[in-house]
Every structure is written in structure tokens, then in C-alpha cells.
Design a protein around this ligand. Structure first.
Ligand SMILES: NC(=O)c1ccc[n+]([C@@H]2O[C@H](COP(=O)([O-])OP(=O)(O)OC[C@H]3O[C@@H](n4cnc5c(N)ncnc54)[C@H](O)[C@@H]3O)[C@@H](O)[C@H]2O)c1
Ligand SMILES: N[C@@H](CCC=O)C(=O)O
Length: 554
């Protein structure tokens, strides 16, 4: 046990590398992509430090080249979920009792390994497995996850520093215990950083975890697990299983030691999970923490004073980067009649220059959507829009899955602010635009607020401070991350804590002290130095405190 209070290194955001032609990072990334493509990886589960292979293997392929085989992962069943829980609970006491600075050092080491020797590998795995271009992989798998690790260590030390006041004669202390049980980290396909953050943020605070990623993120999850091992995460602290969601849920949500879920994914799945936990509530030793960041129907609303080109870039990048598969992606846009043609003209110009294709050609801005299920769903929405005379597709609309799951970046214009693609989360490169009468800004803000059950991100573009103020007030509940004259994507850890309310989640703000608070159970310790030895109040004749002290011979 160390005899000192430690300060952790102050975090700064990891600089984003540029991948310019002939830059060392570009050369290394291209080399790593080539090497990974030549291998067929055999990917086991990781339970209690053991690699677990079942022989029930599932093929993995790049979404942009589905005939290519990247490798196979070993599919587990309910028994593996149970083994992972047992391994976590076995590791629990030793991990919880490890001094916090030792836990901090492990995750700071993970951040440095990722900033250095693991960077190209995790980025390349994310590019191939999840079809991200080099820039999108860099801001996610490398920079955002490095930031999560370093900032969370810093927030952990800030959390531990917060102590209560103590009146004379006593010392009050607050300790932040890990939760009593295990945490289930259930992670989505679209951000490698989120997949890494959900188990590590809880583990950092002394918790043990069972982690189940989306099947389509397993290829990069394996690299994350290798990183955790090399950084020194002890066996059993993070257990990685590849089972289908309901199989995992059936074991986990019945278990008396289930102490919390750290979830990111769709709203429907989260609501189902919450209901299941509610039905099982009397089975648990402790009330489980339920943290879930879920879907969105994110908006851009432009005022008649807006800078037209800035709005257009907000749409081109905010709606189409990573094929619109960010929970934050703009998918409904409200343009004023005085600027709509100009803005849409710029957007069409941008889209005409977007290149779509494989991730290894770094000039491609657009790659594939994640899988066939997503492709088919998006194609259906596009077919419906094509058949609907009340809407017009002004750009894109095409799709092709012969080589990869490619959907053209698409702009739909509707006269109905409640048209289906203005309301439902599509999670793809499709944005719908409604043009409003330029003088009806305030009524339009009400439509923006009331159109969707979600409240994740949103942006207002205006050069008029009164309009900005009005939108900020009218849309106070419409977005957990609200942007002024910027696209609604690209939140940075430590700068724009991320999360939404309403149907978008519990808004526990990943990568902030607010999130870490959910993974601890504080214990207050009051120590009285000289205890009272007379039950009577002073007005009932108790001796003054000095006399009491004298009684004790002090
Ligand atoms: N708000 C945020 O911060 C945020 C961030 C990223 C993604 N998202 C949301 O995530 C969704 C996209 O990710 P996805 O497609 O991976 O989400 P998803 O809900 O399909 O899957 C998330 C995880 O839940 C598992 N799962 C699915 N059904 C389950 C069930 N019945 N029981 C238990 N587990 C189950 C999946 O296997 C996966 O591991 C979008 O809705 C997006 O908006 C939100
Ligand atoms: N934090 C990311 C979104 C994560 C969800 O998919 C952003 O701000 O764009």
C-alpha cells in the first residue's frame, strides 16, 4: 500500500494523425491492412485468462468485400456466459482490493500502447471489420479510446478526492466501493472506442466484467483484448464472450450477482433489457445500475440567417461520415425557404465528389454499411421513397450488394415534416430534408422538438444571436448534445461529454465523471475520536462534554 496521495498525469486529447501521402502513419497502416488481409484469424473467447474455442465457428468478412474471409470466431453458448460470470466473481476480491493507482497504471499503459504499437493494428482491424475509412478509424479506435482511458483515469482520481466535511471530534470519510457483483458490458458495432470503454470504465473502478460485443465488431474486439492483456489487466477482470444477445441475457439477468449493465446500442434492445431486469428485480443481491446510451434521430435546423456553405458541410459530413452509422448522425434537416436551394446545391456538389468503395483505397470517403440486414432495411426505405410521389430523392438512392453492402449517400426532400424517414432511426447514409417557410422559425423549432421520441444530438445554424438563443431554449430537451454552427457528430472526450435523454438513453455521459459515478457504491465512514458516554441531552442533565472527557480520564 502506497504512503502517498498520487496525482495522475493530466490528460490531453490524443492528436489525430493525418495519414497524408508518404507519411509514416499511412505507410504503416497500409502495410498492416495488407498483412491482416492475408491472414485468416482464428478468434477465441477469453474467459478467466483462458482462450476458449468451441469449434462452432462463424466466418467474418469485410462489409465492403463480403466474399473475402478475415477469419472465424468461436461462438459460445449459455455455459460460456456462466463460466465468464464465475471467472469474474473469482477475480473480484483481489481486483477490488488492488490499490487504485495500480489499476490506473494498467489503463494508462493501455492508452500508451494504443497510441504507439497497437495504433495501426486496431485502426486496420476497425477499417476491415467495420468498414471505416482511415480518418474515421483514427478518430474512433485510436484517438477516442485513448482519450476514454486517460480521461477516465483522471476522473477516477477526482472522484476519489471528493470527501465530506468533518465537524470537530470526528473524521468523515467517503470510499467508493466497486459494485457488489459483476457488470455486463453489452456493446454495439459502430464504435471500437465504445466497445473498449464500456468494460474498461467499470473495471478501472475495481469492478469485474462480462463483455459481449456485437458480432460485427468481434474482429477489432480481439485486438482490444490483446491490448488489455499486454497492459496487464488481470485474468478474469474482463471476460469476453461471443454469444447471441438473448442467450447472454438469459443467463446474466437471472444471476443474483448481476450488479449493473453498461450498454450502448438500439433503443428497442435497451427497453427489452430494462423490462427483463425489472421482472427479475427480487433475484438480485443489490439494485443493478442500468446505464444505456441508445438510438437517435438527430437534427440540423438552419435559420434564415445561416451561413449556407456551413450548413451544407454540416449535412455532408454530419449525415454521411461513416455511412451515417453514428448514433449522432444528422438524419433530419430543416431548411429555411430563402436558403434551401443554395444549401442543397452545395450538398449535391459535395455528394458528386464523394468516392465510395473499399477501405484500402484511402481516397474513398464512403465505404459499406455494416451487414446485409442493415443493407436490406435501408434498401426498403429507399424503394418506398422512390415509389412515393410526395417525396423526391435529389441525390443518391442507389444500392448494390454484389461485392459489398454499398448504399449511395442519399438526400430525400419531403413536404411532410412527419414523413417516415423524418421520424425513424435508419442508421445509414440517408438524410431527409424538410423546407419550411423562412419566417416560421419558432413553429419549426416546435416541430423539431416533437417529431421524434429521441433526444441525442442536434444542431442549429444561424448568424442571428436571438435565433440561436431561441433555439437553445426551445430545444432544451431535444438533444443531450446540442451544437451551434457545427455538425451534430464528433464529440470529443473531455470536451463534449456525450449522451442523450428521452428514448436516447440514460444520459450518463460516457467519458465523464458522471458515468464513473454509476460504477461505484460509496460507503460513508464516520469515526468519532472521543465517544459520548451519557445518553442524556444537556437540558436533561447530561454532563458537559469536558466533564465527560474527564470521566474518561482524558
Ligand atoms: N447513444 C449512443 O451513445 C450510441 C452510440 C453508438 C450506437 N448507438 C446506437 O446503437 C445502435 C447501433 O448499434 P447496434 O446495431 O450494434 O445495436 P444493437 O442494439 O443491435 O446491439 C447492441 C448490442 O446488444 C446485443 N443485443 C441485441 N439484441 C439483444 C437482446 N435481445 N438481448 C441482449 N443483447 C442483445 C447485440 O448483440 C450487441 O452486442 C443504433 O441504434 C445507435 O443509435 C448509440
Ligand atoms: N460520440 C460519437 C457518436 C457515437 C455514436 O455512435 C459522436 O459524437 O459522433
Amino acid at each position: 500500500m502506497a504512503n502517498a496521495f498520487f496525482n495522475v498525469p493530466l490528460p490531453i486529447n490524443e492528436p489525430v494523425k493525418g495519414y497524408a501521402p508518404d507519411s509514416p502513419e499511412r505507410i504503416e497502416l497500409l502495410k498492416t491492412l495488407k498483412e491482416l488481409k492475408q491472414q485468416e484469424r482464428d478468434i477465441p473467447m477469453h474467459i478467466g485468462g483462458q482462450e476458449v474455442r468451441t469449434g462452432n465457428t462463424v466466418r467474418m468478412s469485410p462489409p465492403h468485400d463480403h466474399k473475402h474471409t478475415l477469419g472465424h470466431f468461436h461462438r459460445g453458448d449459455a455455459s460460456h456466459v456462466q463460466q465468464a460470470i464465475d471467472a469474474a466473481l473469482d477475480a473480484r476480491t483481489e481486483w477490488a482490493e488492488l490499490p487504485w493507482e495500480q489499476r490506473a497504471a494498467i489503463f494508462l499503459k493501455a492508452a500508451d500502447l494504443l497510441a504507439g504499437p497497437y495504433r495501426a493494428r486496431l485502426n486496420a482491424a476497425t477499417m476491415l471489420g467495420q468498414s471505416k475509412n482511415a480518418f474515421q478509424a483514427e478518430i474512433d479506435a485510436a484517438c477516442e479510446f485513448i482519450d476514454f482511458l486517460r480521461f477516465n483515469v483522471h476522473y477516477m482520481s477526482e472522484l476519489y478526492k471528493q470527501q465530506p466535511a468533518s465537524s470537530p471530534g470526528m473524521w468523515n470519510r467517503l470510499e467508493h466501493r466497486p459494485l457488489e457483483g459483476f457488470i455486463f458490458a453489452l456493446t454495439p458495432f459502430n464504435f471500437t472506442a465504445i466497445a473498449g470503454n464500456l468494460p474498461t470504465s467499470a473495471a478501472m473502478l475495481g469492478n469485474v466484467t462480462v463483455w459481449k460485443p456485437a458480432d460485427t465488431q468481434i474482429y477489432s474486439a480481439q485486438v482490444l483484448m490483446e491490448l488489455f492483456k499486454e497492459a496487464g489487466v488481470p485474468d478474469g477482470v474482463i471476460n469476453l464472450v461471443y454469444v447471441d444477445g438473448p442467450t447472454a441475457g438469459n443467463v446474466i439477468f437471472q444471476h443474483p450477482d448481476f450488479a449493473g449493465i453498461h450498454f450502448t446500442g438500439s433503443t428497442g434492445v435497451f427497453q427489452h433489457i430494462w423490462k427483463t431486469i425489472g421482472e427479475n428485480i427480487s433475484k438480485y443481491k443489490t439494485y443493478p445500475r442500468i446505464v444505456g446510451e441508445t438510438g437517435g434521430k438527430d437534427f440540423i435546423v438552419a435559420h434564415k440567417s445561416a451561413h449556407a456553405k456551413a450548413v451544407a458541410v454540416g449535412i455532408s459530413r454530419g449525415a454521411f461520415e461513416y455511412q451515417g452509422q453514428k448514433c449522432s448522425a444528422a438524419s433530419r434537416v430543416y431548411l429555411p425557404s430563402n436558403l434551401a436551394d443554395e444549401i442543397l446545391g452545395y450538398v449535391k456538389e459535395d455528394l458528386a465528389t464523394f468516392k465510395m468503395g473499399d477501405v484500402e483505397d484511402l481516397s474513398n470517403f464512403i465505404n459499406a454499411v455494416i451487414d446485409e440486414k442493415s443493407f436490406d432495411k435501408l434498401a426498403k426505405y429507399l424503394d418506398a421513397a422512390k415509389a412515393d410521389s410526395s417525396v423526391e430523392i435529389i441525390a443518391g438512392g442507389g444500392y448494390d450488394k454484389s461485392k459489398g453492402y454499398f448504399i449511395e449517400p442519399t438526400v430525400i426532400v419531403t413536404k411532410d415534416p412527419k414523413y417516415v424517414t423524418m421520424c425513424e432511426e435508419l442508421f445509414g447514409p440517408v438524410v431527409t430534408v424538410y423546407v419550411y417557410e423562412a419566417d416560421r422559425f419558432e413553429e419549426t423549432l416546435e416541430v423539431v422538438d416533437q417529431t421524434s421520441p429521441y433526444a441525442l444530438t442536434g444542431a442549429v445554424f444561424s448568424q442571428d444571436r436571438y435565433a440561436i438563443d431561441l433555439a437553445t431554449r426551445k430545444l432544451v430537451q431535444a438533444a443531450g448534445n446540442f451544437y451551434i454552427n457545427d455538425k451534430p457528430t464528433g464529440a470529443v472526450v473531455g470536451q463534449q461529454p456525450f449522451g442523450g435523454a428521452r428514448a436516447s438513453g440514460t444520459n450518463d455521459k460516457a467519458g465523464s465523471i458522471l458515468n464513473l459515478l454509476r460504477w461505484v457504491s460509496p460507503r460513508t465512514i464516520k469515526e468519532t475520536f472521543v465517544p459520548v458516554v451519557d445518553y442524556r441531552y444537556p437540558f436533561l442533565g447530561a454532563a458537559p462534554a469536558e466533564d465527560l472527557n474527564r470521566d474518561k480520564g482524558i
